[in-house]
Design a protein around this ligand. Sequence first.
Ligand code: CU
Length: 88
Amino acid sequence: MTEFKFDPSTISVPAGKVVFYLVNAGNGTSHNLIIRDSGGKKIAGSELVSAGDQSVFTVDNIAAGTYTIFCDQPGHEASGMKGTLTVT
Ligand SMILES: [Cu+2]
């Protein structure tokens, strides 16, 4: 995570338990990773990760589908901090 993007921004995983290793490689801004389903509902979200820090974010059981990942800090998604999570 940096200002203002996820790299990679396109992620594919098998359904079930998913573990994300979040690294904030940005320049002083905290970020998180929120998962939103195709209906716009938030289904899971990480803690805020400070610049220079790392965090492990576990989702216990995610169903197959296409999801949006984004950072919910003000303005970050609009600045491009979003991506696609495909669960198969
Ligand atoms: Cu952010």
